[in-house]
Every structure is written in C-alpha cells, then in structure tokens.
Design a protein around this ligand. Structure first.
Ligand SMILES: Cc1cc2nc3c(=O)[nH]c(=O)nc-3n(C[C@H](O)[C@H](O)[C@H](O)COP(=O)(O)O)c2cc1C
Length: 166
C-alpha cells in the first residue's frame, strides 16, 4: 500500500472536487491518501515514502490560488530538499485565458517541486473548464492510469532501496 498526500490549491472548490475524485480512486485501488487544503512545507518531508499529488487551479492571471501560495513560495525558494520524493500534478485552468496563463497554477507548482529535487511520475493532467464538467470523475479516471505508473516506478524503486538497505 502506498501513501499519497494530496495538496489542493483552490478558489471555489473545483480543484477540491478533483482531489476528492483522485482520493476515491486511490482508496479503490487499495492505497491511502490525505487531502490537505492548509499547507505547511514540513508536511512534505514528514514521511519520505509519501507520494505527493498536487491538485491546483489557476488564479490571478496565471498564478496559484491564495490558499497554496505560502507553500508555493517555500518551494520556489527551495526551502526544502525533496530528493527521492515522487509527485504527480492535476492542473485546472480555463482556455479562455491566454496560453501563457493557462493552467499555470499547477505548472508553477510542478516547476517548484522539480526545483526542490522531486521527480514527476507521468504527464500532468490538464483540466480545462471549457471541456470538463465533472472534475471529480475526470480526476478519478486520470488517477487510475497515474497509479499504474506510480506502481511501476515509485513503488518498484522503493522496493529496490529496501533490498539494498537489507
Ligand atoms: C478570478 C479567476 C481567475 C482565473 N485565472 C485563470 C488563469 O489565469 N488561467 C487559467 O487557466 N484559468 C484561470 N481561471 C480558471 C480557473 O482556474 C478554473 O475555472 C478552475 O476550474 C477553478 O477551480 P477552483 O474552483 O478550484 O479554483 C480563473 C478563474 C477565476 C475565478
């Protein structure tokens, strides 16, 4: 069983709905998850085996939502070493906005995690409000495929590390 920390950035709840859909799929596939709306950078390093799932919308013309901004600042300033951590990203946006701003909230967070040494598994999920009505369902379906990649890469890698340590 793997553990997932779902970090949500949201204004009006759509990213939270996506997070709940992802969490439901994680549970269905036999893993554990925790959804967090109020963030503290120390949460990211509490459990070295926990896999991070960012689930964030885009606000303020290409910025992260206010509730995840403090975490983003901490990551962007590289205040934490995330070497050995794995993550995935669900980025919500609206293609009504220019391409340079589209889904930038998730993209900024992905870049910040990468800068801190974490490794992304799979492609980012891009959820365009012009196309997606049911964010929970869309996130659950994406998560189903993402978990298969997590099981291939992160969990296999963890097993190798345990064997080396033994
Ligand atoms: C005030 C405001 C600003 C937004 N700015 C952007 C933006 O710059 N780029 C983008 O792709 N989407 C933008 N969006 C669209 C949201 O990211 C999108 O509707 C998302 O699904 C909202 O999810 P949330 O309710 O979890 O925040 C904006 C929406 C609002 C209400």
């Amino acid at each position: 069983m793997a553990k997932f920390l779902i970090l949500v950035g949201s204004m009006n709840g759509h990213a939270l709905m996506a997070a709940k859909g992802a969490a439901a799929m994680i549970t269905k596939l036999g893993h554990h998850s925790e959804i967090v709306m109020e963030h503290d950078i120390s949460q990211l390093t509490c459990d070295k085996d926990e896999i991070i799932l960012i689930c964030s919308s885009t606000a303020h013309q290409g910025q992260v939502p206010d509730n995840i901004y403090p975490l983003y600042l901490g990551l962007d300033n590289q205040r934490v070493d995330l070497t050995g951590k794995y993550y995935g990203v669900i980025a919500l946006g609206d293609s009504y906005f220019p391409p340079t701003q589209f889904a930038m909230g998730g993209k900024l967070l992905e870049n910040a995690l990468y800068s801190c040494g974490a490794k992304r598994i799979g492609d980012m999920a891009l959820m365009d409000a012009q196309q997606v009505d049911n964010h929970a369902l869309a996130a659950a379906l994406w998560t189903q495929e993402w978990i298969a990649k997590v099981e291939t890469f992160a969990l296999a890698d963890g097993q190798t590390k345990s064997e080396e340590a033994a």
